[in-house]
Design a protein around this ligand. Sequence first.
Ligand code: ARG
Ligand code: ZN
Length: 414
Amino acid sequence: MKVLLLLGLVAVALCEPVKFVGDKVLRLTPGSEEHVTIIKEIGDKIKVDFWRPDSADLVTIGKTVDIHVPAAQLDMVYTILHQSGMEVTVMLENLQAAVEAQLDKRATKAHGYTKYNDWATISEWVSSIAAANADLISTQVIGNTYEGRPMHLLTIGKKTGSAKPAIFMDCGFHAREWISPAFCQWFVNEAVTTYGTDSEMTTLLDSMDFFVLPVFNIDGYAYSWSNDRMWRKTRSPNSGSNCVGTDPNRNFDAGWCTVGASSNPCSETYCGSSIESEIESKNLANFIRSNKAVVKAYLTVHSYSQMLLFPYSYTYDLAADHSELLSVSRGATSALTSLYGTRYTAGPGAATIYPAAGGSDDWAYDLGVRYSYTFELRDEGFYGFLLPESQIQPTCEETMLAIKYIATHVLNNP
Ligand code: ARG
Ligand code: ZN
């Protein structure tokens, strides 16, 4: 009987998703070096999960820090913070309630553009939207993930029979940033449904191709649905460690593992055992290397913070194309803001968010893809990664305006 009970508990521990009952998300504003040190110590010694920045080592004076504190750790964290005199606000009172509230349309498993879809649903959607739009969409698999899931890539554009300039866009680098894959799906649908009526989209698809990878880190995304909503990294094991996964956006050949990245497999910003150690990174890099002649822009979609970033992040040096990248980012964010007033900050990664090496944006840029941008979609931390489904539509609509602005600039200035 006891054995059975124990087995039952183990089974629950293995299969039940992680629960966040009583966990809180706190926002801290470190006003001094002491505050920064205290936050880093909390990060080192107590099991807290950094939402913004991505890990404790990226914390700097004056920049907002959002941390998810498990219920069991709250007393200790509050004591330390109150003693320090740091400004603390509660962003989410009860994380589990926010996790449950985020799926406000959960009733159906069917695919939808204004809900979050799991990987099985997205993967079926790839086939059905491609089949229904054979004149505009073709698909291919650029390789499999660590766990063997096919990485489907959609090519969207009028088939002309000759080579066209192309824009590569990926979503879902980080598993818990669910609004990102939702945007890639929205983009594909919007492209095919407005082709022929919207003159800008028609020109774009007539003259160029979009390569869209709707979910890059599929294993992590699936795990964020099945086991741990707050999962970020890939799902490959690390030798000599019980911690799983690499931060794919620290795994590229761009100042690899020098700043804003960790060589500790347990860190959320682990850079991996080597450049492109993750098969997903290798598959993406190989595709772009093979299509270098046509790929004019690289767009990678993350959340959250409402920012439009461009190279560099691995150094404070300005990119050779800095002034053009900056002016295009400003045009794109003002187009975005024009719809609902959502405010974006635009600038080079290192100075705008934080220095962090090994990102796919910097890698693509140094490879020769002149227009390289990272989107950090809504919001600014009110819901953070748990953006409610009711915000999918406005987020995607406004983001479309920015993407179309960039694409039109790329088309006219290849
Ligand atoms: N939040 C993103 C990340 O940390 C920002 C990426 C900016 N680009 C970069 N190369 N670090 O992955
Ligand atoms: Zn991200």
